[in-house]
Design a protein around this ligand. Structure first.
Ligand code: MN
Length: 422
């Protein structure tokens, strides 16, 4: 299904009058708006191929119909999101599920929808059919050399696939760890992981990055080999200058100060990728900004500071890594995109000079006032203006519903479809 740009224009015509009134008011409140609007236009967020279907838990899964069953259909879904928002201009593939049969056809389809190929993701956390070795006791950390070699080779294959599509980075997330005390030798597991990552790193093309994701627990419940940002940072340093840490918002223990982690990694030039989601308890993969919007704003405040003050840190690979257990996946992603833009715009509003001088004077009250003045500003008219300027829908969710996108997808693909790769 393709979104007709005329229909978006009609949707915008209906909303433009009230939008313009709100924008005038917002502009009068905050002054200069053009640079913020341009930054919002430039900010593109990748959609992972596994986020386009309904997720589930170990208790069940309730597919909503019209889900993409092939790589082509997944890219078409990202195309729908991008047409409505002009913010989702990239897809992040997961191998082995998204191996193209016809590379040229896939590249053409993506470019016709203005979609780029972001980081490619390897998978060594479950066994594939016909695999010789099992990852039951780990992959890159496994005590068996044969298992480690299989996992290394898989990552090299993923680099090769990504290279043919124009990707520029490999994301490695490991489920490796242990479920019970004594099961693993911590030092051996980490050493094996480091050696395996170095072997993968050696095959990385010169203009690529390797992004190393961390997570404190799950699916292993006693220990995880790459448990935190310090371990990821250590491994990235051991591999070399093209290796970076990747922060996934859900991959922290409750109440971790993620904004501080982000800040320190950027100071050290080692923050390479970022996965958005939200959580109440653990790696809940909920809609971005649905639980802790102020925490998201504080994180964005550090990201903006880093982007403005840390030239040693590269441009980040931004991605939504969420699951949609009971919502329409595309509607959930539209909500997440909006929450990300909102937090970004608010962070851009922070008066950095005023904050700095308040910090110098140890005016703690003023510091809080500066941050919260930005946070309390309604920036939605700026998001809408950015969308209007680039041909997206002023209200993407409303447009999605009034264009009956899900109904059309169900007509095209059927009611009982289950997306692959989750
Ligand atoms: Mn992630």
């Amino acid at each position: 299904m393709l979104i007709d740009s005329n229909k978006i224009a009609l949707h915008n015509e209906d909303l433009i009058k009230s939008h313009t009134n709100k924008l005038v008011f917002t502009a009068s409140e905050i002054g200069e708006t053009e640079s913020i609007i341009q930054k919002l236009i430039d900010f593109q967020i990748a959609i992972p191929s596994w986020a386009l279907g309904t997720g589930g838990t170990r208790f069940g899964r309730f597919p909503g119909g019209g889900e993409p069953r092939s790589l082509e259909q997944k890219i078409e879904d990202v195309g729908i999101l991008h047409a409505l928002t002009q913010t989702a201009g990239a897809v992040s593939l997961h191998i082995p599920w998204d191996v193209p049969e016809d590379y040229n056809a896939i590249k053409q389809l993506a470019s016709s929808l203005d979609i780029k190929f972001d980081a490619v993701n390897s998978n060594t956390f479950q066994d594939q059919k016909n695999a010789k070795e099992s990852y039951k006791y780990g992959s890159l950390s496994n005590t068996s050399e044969a298992v480690r070699q299989q996992a290394i080779q898989h990552n090299l294959d993923v680099i090769n696939i990504g290279n043919k599509l124009g990707s520029k980075s490999l994301t490695v997330w490991l489920a490796d760890g242990s479920c019970f005390p004594g099961q693993n030798n911590f030092q051996t597991a980490l050493q094996n992981t480091e050696n395996s990552l170095k072997d993968i790193y050696k095959a990385l093309p010169n203009d690529w990055k390797m992004l190393i994701e961390y997570k404190p627990y799950e699916p292993n419940f006693y220990s995880t080999v790459i448990q935190d940002w310090g371990t990821s940072f250590m491994l990235a340093n051991a591999c070399g200058e093209k290796a970076y840490s990747l922060v996934d918002l859900g991959h922290h223990l409750p109440n971790s100060n993620i904004e501080q982690i982000v800040s320190i990694l950027m100071l050290k030039g080692k923050l390479g990728g970022f996965h958005f989601n939200d959580s109440k308890y653990g790696d809940d993969d909920l809609t971005v900004g649905s639980i802790k919007p102020y925490a998201l704003f504080l994180i964005f405040n550090e990201l903006v500071y880093g982007m403005q003050n840390n030239p040693q840190n590269p441009d980040l690979a931004w991605m939504i890594d969420a699951s949609h257990n009971i919502k329409d996946p595309l509607e959930d992603l539209i909500q997440s995109l909006e929450a990300i833009q909102e937090a970004y715009a608010k962070a851009l509003l922070v008066d950095q000079n005023e904050l700095k001088s308040a910090q110098q004077e140890n005016d703690v009250v003023k510091c809080q006032e500066v941050l919260q003045a930005a946070y309390r500003t309604d920036v939605r008219p700026l998001l809408q203006e950015a969308r209007l300027k680039i041909g997206a829908a002023i209200n993407p969710l409303q447009a999605y519903r009034s264009l009956n996108v899900r109904e059309e997808l169900i007509k095209e693909r059927g009611k009982h479809t289950v997306a692959t790769g989750l």
